[in-house]
Design a protein around this ligand. Sequence first.
Ligand SMILES: Nc1nc2c(c(=O)[nH]1)N[C@H]1C(S)=C(S)[C@@H](COP(=O)(O)OP(=O)(O)OC[C@H]3O[C@@H](n4cnc5c(N)ncnc54)[C@H](O)[C@@H]3O)O[C@H]1N2
Ligand code: MOO
Length: 390
Amino acid sequence: MITVSQALAHLFDLVAPLPVEEVPLISASGRVLARDVRAGRDQPPFAASSMDGYALKAEEVERDAMFKVIGEAAAGHRFEGQVGAGQAVRIFTGAPIPEGANFVLLQEDASRRSDVITITGDPGSKANIRPAGGDFTAGTVMSAPRRLTPADVALLASMNIAQVPVTRQPVVAILSTGDELVMPGEEPGPDQIIASNSFGLHAMLRDLGALPRLLPIARDTMASLHTAFELAADADLIVTIGGASVGDHDLVATAAKQIGLQQSFYKVAMRPGKPLMAGQLGDAAMIGLPGNPVSAMVCGHVFLAPMVRTLLGLEHKSAPSKKAMLAEDIKANGGREHYMRAIVRDGAVTVFDNQDSSLLTVLSQANALLVRPPHDPARKAGDSLSYLPI
Ligand SMILES: Nc1nc2c(c(=O)[nH]1)N[C@H]1C(S)=C(S)[C@@H](COP(=O)(O)OP(=O)(O)OC[C@H]3O[C@@H](n4cnc5c(N)ncnc54)[C@H](O)[C@@H]3O)O[C@H]1N2
Ligand code: MOO
């Protein structure tokens, strides 16, 4: 059996960043910026008022001073003239500051009679002016790669970038296998259960920014598996679930090899996830996950997520871990790297008593996988250990 990091190295050999495509800004959120982009203009493009009030000269600002209002500046409509001594321009938030003015008096601090204002409040020393280029200047760079957030989309819009270069989203085919499986909502027979981890992986892949595609459940026959693989032919990554172990009905690897799978490895020294398998199938990478629901989801966090991030042109490394203090003593680990379902609360980590790889109730309560290296000795409360947030 190979180690988790050896398995990851093999998986990274199977994937590379996908090509760049341009999408309209409206579709850019959640996509990965593929090339650096530069602002085409300054923002704001002119010194602008940050308040509604009167633009005038700062040197003349004092209580009871009087000014003649000579015009108006609104957002989108500048005042074309010059503000002279003893003069003011009525101004609104976002409007360009007129020539000659360097201060905006809040309207709450002025009283107006006809075209004359008097400073009645304490105007303070803040000019209430946003400088030209105060947010960004022409040429300011947004660096790639970067998964675009809603805030990034707003910034790109402000930079006047209407078409955004992004990495193509990987199409990931998800194939559940097994005679015992039916779809959620169906009426299962007495020996049947509901396909679950395929939906969990679909959700995980969508969150990662991939385009997951759920295939129909394949039965435990060569014909059914071959048909399913044909349906996955245009995927960038094919994820099978189940049929990976040593039983008489575990046919996935045999079926894939019959249609040309170049297998890179089979079996990893980890728990759960031991019967993991991967290779190249046509133009796609293929990864065969064990069927136990928690095993498949743990492999999703440990292997699928780094593969998808690589396809998207993001970082090319294992899932990022954090450190927490053990809340209670735990026993020594066996020979496989153990990803223990756990809860991290206030910096302390507690593992669940029952670590069986079929328990979705436990996985759903967990927010962490405590990572125990092979043969990790018994640990005491207070020891600092690594975990993957999930
Ligand atoms: N003699 C041995 N038996 C087993 C070994 C072994 O080393 N020697 N390894 C065990 C381990 S560890 C795992 S993990 C499982 C993996 O088995 P498979 O990948 O072949 O998975 P299946 O047998 O098809 O299913 C296992 C379990 O999970 C359920 N399942 C499968 N797919 C789904 C799905 N999409 N949604 C929900 N549940 C699913 C399935 O009904 C089984 O209960 O093998 C052990 N055996
Ligand atoms: O490796 Mo299996 O995934 O332990 O349950």
